[in-house]
Design a protein around this ligand. Structure first.
Ligand SMILES: [Cu+2]
Length: 267
């Protein structure tokens, strides 16, 4: 291979593979202001209570046809944390959403300033101390960016490389259990996970059109795993090349056949 070309590929790979550690493993929880909420007191907000972990975000949607608020406080007295104040409530017309991220443990009662009988509660717990972290690594292939996401208490993904048509190589640091989410466009039909020459047993946690999530335990001393599947890009590139080659063969064959016919005619 041309050495300049090789150098460019190596440089691109080094630049493209960036691991981005994120902070806490936070979730988004959806809640609703139900139809007919103004007469529903404890059932006006759904679910109620809303039970979440520290760092989670709650998004309320007004699914009623009337104007309401989601205002922190109780007994008709706002605390000012979210949803405005008594004199300036944050009004939510139908379909409007309001969100708030709870960063402190505790219980947060809230109500509707317009209908103070509508009450709800958010219970925020410490998060079980699991210390789960999400880390990411990306790589570029054929102008497309692919991202692998790792969820683990101890293992971080530090790099990603595609071995075209064969496998995906994922660099990891730390040992223990990890969940890896891999885009379907990059690899599908995952068949094995190898750590060096060790076949690591894995379970498939989830799989849909967009991605496959697998779970396995990273053996001690492992810095990378090789993941093999039924399809690894450039799946479509390979198919296109076969189709092109087949059509070329057909065209050449046809041209020869025509040539032969003329030949027979002439002689
Ligand atoms: Cu209301």
């Amino acid at each position: 291979m041309n050495s300049k070309f090789t150098f460019a590929i190596v440089l691109a790979a080094i630049l493209a593979v960036v691991a981005v550690p994120t902070s806490a493993f936070a979730a988004t929880v959806n809640a609703s202001i139900v139809p007919g909420a103004s007469t529903k007191t404890n059932d006006a907000y759904d679910p109620n209570p809303i039970e979440i972990n520290k760092g989670d975000e709650v998004i309320w949607t007004n699914n009623d046809s009337a104007l309401h608020t989601v205002t922190s406080g109780s007994n008709g007295e706002p605390t000012g944390l979210f949803g405005g104040t008594a004199s300036a409530p944050a009004l939510m017309p139908p379909k409007k959403t309001q969100s708030f991220t709870f960063t402190e443990e505790g219980e947060y009662p809230y109500f509707c300033v317009l209908h103070p009988a509508m009450v709800g509660l958010v219970k925020v717990s410490a998060g079980g101390g699991s210390g789960m972290q999400e880390t990411y690594a990306t790589t570029e292939f054929d102008g497309q960016t692919y991202t692998v996401e790792a969820t683990s208490a101890a293992v971080k993904v530090t790099g990603l490389a595609i071995d075209a048509g064969k496998a995906v190589n994922v660099n990891l640091s730390g040992e223990g259990e990890v969940e890896l989410e891999l885009p379907t466009a990059m690899i599908s039909g995952i068949s094995s996970v190898m750590a060096g020459s060790t076949d690591v047993s894995f379970t498939q946690v989830e799989s849909d059109d967009d991605s496959t999530t697998i779970k396995f335990t990273v053996p001690a001393g492992t810095s990378s795993v090789q993941i093999m599947g039924a399809k690894v890009i450039p799946e479509f590139g390979v198919i296109a090349a076969i189709v092109l080659a087949a059509s070329l063969v057909a065209v050449i064959g046809f041209a020869r056949f025509k040539g032969a016919s003329f030949g027979i005619g002439r002689f």
